[in-house]
Design a protein around this ligand. Structure first.
Ligand code: ZN
Length: 446
């Protein structure tokens, strides 16, 4: 690239860095709580209309779509690129947030307070930070008449926190033309820094996500009186199966993303990850070990139990819910193990979203790395796998290569992964400005 490295005097970029803080704060003030119950959703439409206004103000044409349900607002806008023969890059973000209990917080979770160098509130890291950075950058590109190398599609979405039924998944299945030509995408839960030693940071780009599989277990027995001898009790049988599954440890399987992440950490720090104590070694990585540790193997955590209606009645049916998270490529092996653990008497019903995995290479990854190191020289950029799920699961249905890249340079002592859905969620003001500079460079060079 021929552009100068120092953009600190670019007036357009200065404006973007100033307004990203206000945009993040104003977005947080719009309560877009998503409980998972469509009847309780209030703010998504307001947020989507507000986003559309911010885009229209600088000359974008926007498309507002309610995804089959009232108030579930989504906004899509396009910025034409120089080379129309290239596939478009999709930048997507969700506008909804998980609930927050104000009594637990130091500031009101929907105050958007800017204090102590942070923007505070529900959504500050998940993911109104990235939405604000995207808006600030999109506005800057449009305002300054900058033509990106290829089409950029900006999508602001409802309902990610409940699986995207009224957001990404609905749009992908009902309005795929909005994403026409998109070949690659970036969004949340990647691009943030972890400090590996002293002043050496690695920025983690999400290249993979575990699959989500919510499993209902059902055991049928014979109903009867609780006072008598009874050999076919559904509750007893279900409890035994749940206990076996809850205590089962699935094997460690190193996928490419995890292997590359660990190799990168070894190269930077010299820390070894011996096969016979992989989890012990990963456990020493600090706050990020909670996230990385969950990507070493499949997990199956029982989360709900339900059976019976009276103390002296043995019920016919007992049910349990298990939150299963499955590594890419492991579905069949997982099913086999599960069948063995549960046995033939336990019925199984699935609600599944697939895993995601792409490779950590190519021009887009090079552009991510270059835009990070331009702002943080000496930084490393590594791939990693997210143990949770995002709207990437929906967009990969369109054949789009999905990455998590919401760049943030974070202080070494901040427990970033603990802030997701956590109390006192907040994002450093400097990190928002850093991310806006990185995103600006990235979008002008991708
Ligand atoms: Zn999110």
């Amino acid at each position: 690239m021929s552009e100068p490295k120092d953009l600190s005097n670019d007036p357009g970029l200065r404006v973007a860095q100033d307004e990203v803080v206000t945009l993040a704060s104003e977005l947080i003030r719009i309560d877009t709580t998503n409980t998972g119950d469509p009847a309780t959703v209030v703010g998504e439409r307001v947020a989507a209309e507000w986003v559309a206004e911010q885009l229209a103000e600088v000359g974008f044409e926007t498309t507002y779509v309610e995804s089959g349900a009232k108030g579930r607002g989504n906004v899509v806008a396009r910025l034409a690129g120089a080379d129309q023969s290239r596939g478009a890059l999709l930048v997507h973000g969700h506008l909804d947030v998980v609930p927050a209990d104000a009594s637990e917080w130091s500031v009101h979770p929907f105050s958007g307070a800017v204090q102590d160098g942070y923007v505070w509130g529900r959504g500050a890291v998940d993911m109104k930070d990235m939405v604000a950075m995207t808006l600030a950058t999109a506005r800057r590109l449009k305002r300054d008449g900058i033509t990106p190398p290829r089409d950029l599609i900006f999508a602001f979405l409802a309902d990610e926190e409940a699986g995207g039924t009224y957001g990404a998944r609905w749009l992908v299945r009902n309005r795929p033309e909005l994403f026409e030509g998109a070949t690659e995408a970036i969004s949340e839960v990647g691009g943030f820094s972890i400090t590996l030693k002293d002043d050496v940071r690695a920025y983690l780009v999400e290249t993979a996500e575990k699959g989500i599989a919510w499993l209902t277990l059902r055991v049928r027995g014979t109903a009867g009186h609780g006072s008598m001898l009874h050999r076919d009790n559904a509750v007893t049988k279900l409890a035994a199966a749940v206990s076996r599954l809850g205590q089962h440890r699935f094997p460690i399987v190193l996928t490419d993303s995890v292997r590359e992440f660990l190799a990168g950490v070894t190269e930077i720090t010299g820390i070894d990850f011996p096969e016979d104590d992989l989890e012990g070694a990963v456990g020493k990585l600090g706050a990020v070990s909670r996230m990385i540790g969950a990507t070493l193997r499949d997990t199956a955590n029982p989360t709900m139990l339900s059976a019976g209606y009276k103390a002296n009645v043995i019920p016919t049916v007992a049910e349990a819910t298990v939150d299963c998270r499955i590594l890419p490529g492991r579905q069949e092996a997982f099913d086999r193990e599960l069948a063995e653990i549960l046995g033939p008497d336990v019925e199984r019903e699935w609600l599944s979203l697939p895993p995601v995995e792409t490779t950590f290479d190519g021009a887009l990854v090079d552009a991510m790395t270059a835009s990070i190191t331009a702002e943080d020289p000496g930084a490393h950029v590594l791939p990693y796998m997210l143990s949770g799920g995002t709207d990437a699961k929906s967009f990969q249905e369109l054949g789009i290569r999905c990455f998590g890249f919401a760049p943030l340079k974070l202080p070494p002592d901040l427990d970033f992964s603990g802030l997701f859905h956590g109390v006192d969620e907040r994002v450093p003001v400097d990190a928002l400005k850093f991310g806006t500079r990185v995103l600006d460079r990235f979008l002008r060079n991708s």
